[in-house]
Design a protein around this ligand. Structure first.
Ligand code: B12
Ligand code: SF4
Length: 436
């Protein structure tokens, strides 16, 4: 049996120099993906501890010290494109100090494994969905040691800069064990749903992936497979959150909670049967649900929906492949308001030749929506999105922040303009919004 430290490092320091809303610097959220990996390992008898750097505001040295104190045999890092540099620095220090086995996984490793492998710091990269592959890696290590794992040929396991059997790991069964939340210091997170009043609000996910193809979205191939956990398992998990953790509300943290209308209908009916529709919840969706669907969601306890609108100007809506229609968006928000569901709307700007008039169009559109919260963000470019390819050919239209992430610049505008514009728009939105 191993002692396993699972680590979620703070966002790389360089991002803190940019006061751009898109980097959401201020709040830590329970790392559900990492907890899912930890649950699998713990269920197999390993001793697991999750280290969330931001939650404790540890400096890098403090984080390293805390991990060393746990004396792990194995360390697993969860890497996004926003914390990859910090994760690499942390792993490098730990390798130098205690020399234990280091794994890295997460969205960034999945999208950019070649690049991460070139750092020569992690012993193994596991790309793709981690539960089954991490489980396999631990069993091989137990039976045949590190040599066994080096010689295994399984899609998604990278060693020495090579993925021995091309491809990434995709779960054979989406119904993984219910998260063991005792692995996270749950009570230290803010535990509030942004549109809900009832606390504590705990997060979970019912699906993975999304069937849409917005061009700014950072997606490995498997995200295109929209898959749902069984409704029975999701309901069981909600019962556990209520009974064991005294949840007063629930937040679904996933790309697109409402994409499968049949699943949504059955789920809502189940929430009515099990909780009498009295457990409030919020979710993320596209802003194009029918009134009938919204009424059913309300009856099932839904009190908040977040949507990315991005832009309503036909030219840029098409350019980012958002495929949202203005009339559907308007009726969605008006229906939500009439029914009693609070809403959030997120917009972006910074498209290559976007004019001031086009930005004004979106600001006015946002101002007239009956939302609880609306905000604009300067568009950011992440690896794995079709836009990353476009901007790699149009470097004058973006401001690179790291080798992986950039902020988009409208032609002729500089970074300072974009950031000031974002502040100015959001100030206007906050002071002029119609009252809901
Ligand atoms: C919920 C969510 C949030 C929440 C909470 C984040 C959190 N800490 O949980 C909020 C709203 C706060 C948020 C904020 C942001 N998010 Co966000 N978010 C998500 C979302 C929708 C779900 C995350 C999740 O729980 N996934 C489900 C779990 C199961 O997946 P997972 O965490 O990736 O873990 C699996 C694998 O990656 C792997 N794995 C992970 N870690 C490890 C470690 C080891 C050792 C191993 C072996 C395997 C492994 O196994 C896990 C289980 O299968 C994802 C999209 C997505 N589908 O993942 C975007 C996503 C992660 N977010 C993204 C972005 C860009 C942001 C923001 C910048 C805001 C924005 N404008 O979009 C901020 C940045 C926040 C920050 N400071 O880091 C991008 C990241 C892109 C990238 N290349 O890094 C994603 C992928 C969305 C997208 N497609 O563009 N986000
Ligand atoms: S931005 Fe949202 S709707 Fe668009 S592809 Fe990504 S997850 Fe799906």
């Amino acid at each position: 049996m191993f002692k396993i430290a699972l680590v979620f490092c703070h966002i790389d320091e360089v991002f803190t120099n940019y006061e751009a809303g898109v980097f959401s610097l201020f709040e830590s959220n329970p790392p559900l993906g990492l907890c899912s990996i930890g649950t699998i390992a713990k269920n197999k008898g390993h001793s697991v501890k999750i280290f969330d750097q931001f939650l404790h505001h540890y400096t890098l040295d403090q984080l390293v010290w805390e991990i060393k104190n746990f004396s792990p045999d194995i360390i697993g890092f969860s890497c996004t494109s926003l914390n990859i540099e910090t994760s690499i620095s942390c792993a490098r220090k730990l390798k130098a100090d205690i020399g234990c086995l280091c794994f890295a996984g997460g969205i960034h490793v999945t999208l950019c494994a070649n690049q991460v492998a070139m750092e020569h710091v992690f012993d193994f990269l596991l790309s793709g969905e981690g539960e089954e592959i991490f489980d396999l890696a631990l069993s091989v290590l137990e039976k045949s040691g590190i040599n066994g794992l080096q010689n295994i040929s399984v899609p998604g396991i990278w060693h020495n800069g090579k993925n021995s059997a091309n491809g990434i790991s995709i779960l054979s069964d989406i119904d993984q064990p219910i998260l063991d939340r005792s692995l996270m210091e749950l009570n230290l997170y803010s535990n509030r749903g942004a549109l809900l009043n009832e606390m504590p609000c705990y997060s979970l996910f019912s699906s993975r992936g999304c069937p849409f193809f917005c061009k700014f979205c950072s997606k490995p191939n498997y995200f295109k497979l929209y898959r749902h956990r069984s409704i029975a398992k999701v309901i069981l998990e909600i019962h556990e959150l209520v009974d064991k953790y005294c949840a007063k509300s629930i937040s679904f943290r996933e790309d697109n909670f409402t994409a499968d209308k049949n699943y949504l209908r059955i789920f809502c009916k189940k929430m009515i049967d099990e909780f009498d529709g009295k457990l409030p919840w919020e979710c993320e969706s596209r802003a194009e649900l029918s009134r009938e669907t919204l009424e059913l969601m309300y009856a099932a306890g839904c009190r908040g929906i977040w949507c990315g609108i991005e832009t309503m100007t036909p030219k840029w809506n098409k350019w980012i492949n958002k495929k949202l229609k203005e009339e559907s968006v308007l009726s969605f928000y008006n229906d939500c308001k009439e029914i009693g569901i609070k809403t959030g709307a997120l917009f972006m700007f910074g498209f290559p030749e976007q004019t001031e008039d086009e930005i004004e169009y979106d600001i006015n559109f946002a101002l007239n929506l009956p939302t609880e919260f609306s905000a604009f963000q300067c568009m950011a470019i992440f690896p794995g999105s079709p836009l990353a390819e476009y901007y790699a050919q149009n470097l004058d239209l973006c401001h690179p922040i790291t080798s992986n992430v950039a902020l988009a610049l409208t032609k002729g505008k500089n970074l300072q303009y974009m950031i000031e514009k974002e502040h100015e728009i959001n100030l206007r939105i906050r002071s002029n919004r119609i009252k809901v």
